[in-house]
Design a protein around this ligand. Structure first.
Ligand code: PLP
Length: 295
């Protein structure tokens, strides 16, 4: 990646990516090449435009009308993606490599290769939303690095500054010069306090930390996969989704009563522990989770 624009949240990082893609579309393909194809079950933020980018109806209906120019293709269905691209005047395809809010659902390597091919054949940008999957979460610096994919735009936030509000939109070779002075901006974006936080976080995401993320992930899967209350486990690194036999709300409640806070995503129990979680805490938490899941 060649340039970065700093903002204050994930949604703002995606807004910047969408503006960059539309500006690129207008420059390279003509005024109306503004449509962005996103995926069903995606989640891209809570502003009106990033809600429009989000391919889940239930996030939409209270807030209509949303920003136009988004079309949704079925996740992991390359034929559907290709037909949506061909039927619209597009500038980009936008994906998460693992859909967090959408149920910790991984894109298949075959589908990710198809995204790259369809973008190449139709002269489109690939935007990867790494707001949840970035900064070591999957065991690589960015989630896309687990696959054979070179995105044109990568967005990240969440863990980037360790809890301080910072979003980043990384622009690759094809889009690095789309913004000219004054065409995009932010008062607080790139402020020194949040950037100091990010410098510290990034200095600690080294090979040892990434290895420990993978090790902890494998250990968690090992502990839970034979549990009588677990149907399957999805995700990567320390972003895992457990499909429970019991209703997910019951598992969350039982865990909370025993001092372990876990999230849900659709029908899954979602685990997103700190990458630096100590082994003794992890062991305690997984023991409690295992008890609460089992039937
Ligand atoms: C994949 C993804 N994109 C975008 C967002 C929005 O980020 P933020 O809440 O920082 O605006 C989130 C988080 O909620 C997310 O998980």
């Amino acid at each position: 990646m060649k340039k970065v624009f700093f903002s204050n949240s994930g949604a703002e990082a995606n807004e910047c990516a969408i503006k960059a893609a539309r500006q690129w579309g207008e420059n390279k393909k003509g005024l109306h090449h503004a449509t962005i194809v996103t995926l069903t079950d995606s989640f891209h933020g809570r502003t009106l435009t990033t809600l429009a980018a989000t391919g889940q109806d239930h996030y939409h209906h209270q807030y209509l009308p949303l920003t136009p120019g988004f079309v949704y293709a079925e996740t992991n269905n390359a034929a559907d993606l290709e037909s949506k691209v061909i039927a619209n005047q597009c500038c980009a395809i936008m994906i998460e490599v693992i859909q967090g809010e959408g149920g910790v659902k991984s894109l298949t390597p075959e589908f990710i290769s198809a995204v790259a091919r369809i973008a190449r054949e139709n002269n489109l940008l690939v935007i990867v939303d790494e707001i949840q999957t970035g900064n070591g979460r999957t065991g690589k610096l960015y989630g896309y690095m687990n696959f054979d994919l070179q995105p044109d735009i990568v967005t990240t936030a969440k863990g980037l500054a360790g809890g301080l509000p910072l979003g980043a939109t990384l622009l690759g070779e094809r889009v690095k010069d789309v913004f000219t002075p004054g065409s995009h901006g932010s008062t607080f974006g790139g402020n020194p306090v949040c950037c100091a936080g990010a410098l510290n976080v990034l200095s600690r995401i080294d090979d040892d930390l990434l290895r420990s993320v993978t090790e902890k992930s494998e250990w968690i899967i090992q502990q839970l996969k034979e549990n009588s209350g677990v149907k399957s486990i999805s995700g990567m690194g320390l972003m895992l989704g457990i499909d429970p036999v019991k209703p997910v709300a019951a598992v969350l409640k039982a865990c909370a009563e025993k001092g372990v806070l876990v999230l849900s995503a659709k029908n899954k129990v979602r685990l997103l522990p700190p990458l630096t979680i100590e082994w003794d805490q992890l062991k305690k938490a997984i023991e409690i989770l295992g008890d609460c899941l089992s039937v």
